[in-house]
Design a protein around this ligand. Sequence first.
Ligand SMILES: *Cc1c(COP(=O)(O)O)cnc(C)c1O
Length: 215
Amino acid sequence: MSIKEQVALVKETLLSYPNVKIVAAAKYIGIDQTKELIDAGIYELGENRTDALLEKYDALKEHKIVWHFFGTLQTRKVRDIINKIDYLHSLDSLSLANEINKRATKPLKCFVQVNISEEPNKSGIEAIKVKGFIKSLEKYPNIEVIGLMTIAKLTYDKELLAGYFKSMKKLRDEIIELGLPYAPCTELSMGMSNDYLIACEHGSTLVRLGRILLK
Ligand SMILES: *Cc1c(COP(=O)(O)O)cnc(C)c1O
């Protein structure tokens, strides 16, 4: 099946979620296939490596791409991409916040990454520490917390996944309640190829899709 047909199929599955945005995870594909995605109407692209993002950013300059970065961002690489991306999905440390604040020329829309499944060695902040972390971002005027992001556990256990997504939404709602001007936190970046429909059922506003767009 072509990328165009696959994108159409996925969009059909999302018809009952008109407010959910698709961001394509472009890490599996090169420039040509990425252009096919663009032809299929996908203008929001995400990368998880800075060199790949820079390569595609240059190659696709004439297209009006909205760039997302999701993946570990080392502080020494912040300066390379910070003024090229529109969204960062992986804010999870004060040292990263500090570096972004220093290098960004305007406030960056960030998602705080949450390790909701509490897996060791996984990026993201533990749920219990998220509020404190967000409160401590007040001193960084170039950080705007627009939402929370998570990478759910790799499992086909739908109830377990639903539980994680529900906890994310609850946490997001608690942060909205804080009423912090720099952390409106209205968005939920959750859901990947194998779990995006469950994520949408539980309040996702943005799904990051890779393999399922390329099948
Ligand atoms: C690769 C990637 C995705 C997309 O994964 P698929 O399972 O291929 O849909 C989503 N989020 C992040 C952070 C990724 O690295």
